[in-house]
Structures are given as structure tokens and as C-alpha cells.
Design a protein around this ligand. Sequence first.
Ligand SMILES: [Zn+2]
Length: 213
Amino acid sequence: MFTGHYSFSFAGKALAGKDNEKRIPLWVLFLAVQWIDVMWSIFVLLGIEKVRIVPGITASNALDLYYMPYTHSLLGVLCWSALAYVVCRLFPQLRGTRTGLIVAAAVFSHWILDLIVHRPDLALYDSVGKMGLGLWNYRAAAFALEMAVLFAGAALLYRTAAHKARLAGFVVFLAALQIFGTFFFPPPTSDHAAAMTALGSYIVLALMAWWVE
Ligand SMILES: [Zn+2]
């Protein structure tokens, strides 16, 4: 899953409420929902986690994610979520009663959505007990889910958003990006290319979220 993850950034921001408007910046929630993929990109570039490109392995993309115990195991994502909570407690402006929990939940939400679309490549811990419901095997259905969650999350925030037009434009841009990613993007040429593309996208989209807000 790619842009669907941002549903939980928008929902988290909406949940934080108006009083906390400035407390959780949207860009922080954009990084949070992709955090285990950000670390995955870095770990793949460092050779710590492994992916190989196998065109056709799912209808939606060509990634054989055969070793990612530190970022995408259930134990791994629980640790990253706990760390996100602790980091929020360290920053006075993020130390609201609920903000740490919202950011931690945003980090964890990534794994839940991945569980629906991935092949069984998400382990309980290490490489043990791999899970994945495999919706990526059905390209149209995977795409429809991605759009449904993205728009649902954005709709939650829209009512209270300060810059409604910017937000709407941004969501349309994310949807267009997803259409391109699902139906037109060629398979990456290598594991490092896949990691660089992912990392670059997450950073650029977080910067755009900062601008939108
Ligand atoms: Zn992921």
C-alpha cells in the first residue's frame, strides 16, 4: 500500500482536534504512517533487510519482500510505535495527552494496511509466522481499497481543515500518483532503485504535507 497509508495521517490530524491544531504537524503524521517503510528503504540500502524484484509476483507490484524482520514484523512495528510514543514525550510541543498515542497509532496503522495487501511476507517476529492477505494479487480491488481509505481519512480532516482547497488539491494529487503507481509505473530496476524511489517519495510527500498545512 502506498497513498492509502496517508488516510491515517489525515484521520490522526482530525482526531487531534482543533485545540491541538499546531500540536501534531501534518508532516509528522505523514512520516509516521510511512515510518517502517522509511526505515525499510534505509535498511535495504544498507543491506540489513532484503528485497528482490520478481516481475509478476503480485498483479500490483514486483517486490519479493523476503526478509524485513526489523521493520515489517509485528514485533518490529510494535517497537517502532513505542519508540514514536517516547520521542513525542521528549518534545514539549508534542507532549499532549493524546498526541503520543496518535503518532504511535499512525506508525502501527501502516502494518495493518500492509497486512491486507501484502503477500505473506509480514512475520510475527524475525521470519517466523509470515502473514499477508494478498490483495495486491487483485490489482483493481487493491487500487479501490487504497482510494477508499485515502478519501475516507481526508474527508474526516476536510471539515476542520484551515486550507480546504489546498487539502482537496493534495488528495487529488495523491490519487493521481496512485493511479500512476498502480497502473503505469514500471517495475524497479533493482532493490536499491526500489528503496531510493520509496524514500524519495516519502520525503517529498511529507514536505508537501507541510506546505498544505
Ligand atoms: Zn510497508
